[in-house]
Design a protein around this ligand. Sequence first.
Ligand code: FES
Length: 173
Amino acid sequence: DGIRRRDFLDIAAVSAAGIGGLAVVYPLVSQMAPSKDVLAASSTEVDVSAIEPGQAIKAVFRKQPLFVRRLTPTEVQEANDVDVSSLRDPQTLEERTKEGHGDMLITMGVCTHLGCVPLGAAEGEVKGEFGGYFCPCHGSHYDTAGRIRKGPAPKNLEVPEYEFTSDTVVRVG
Ligand code: FES
């Protein structure tokens, strides 16, 4: 009688472990599979052919604002004249753009302080003391390469992963 009872308990313990194991594995699988699909589907294509030097457009990338800006020769020069070692987040304009497209600045439109959308991408908006972007929430100034120059933001505006799929089309993500 004692032995039978013991067999029953062991079988019950194994079944419980089996169910528990399934319950843990299944949600992991179901969470990981869709998120990969979502990421693949959420790249954004932007036609940059209509953007004139000195103009920018706002697009949306993964539900966040994206700034696509064609710099004027003067703005490129201003960015290149900066002593990079003096910057809070030292990066050259060249490092923040693609070869052959050094005047096309593509950044997230998200302030690296607390995430407000900086001004400067739309016509008539203030661009701040360094001619790039200005975040009105707490006064962060970004330069013509989107680098933080003054104010509380710790980092440059983020440059997302992107590539030119032709001379005029950019795929972001
Ligand atoms: Fe931009 Fe604070 S969120 S300065």
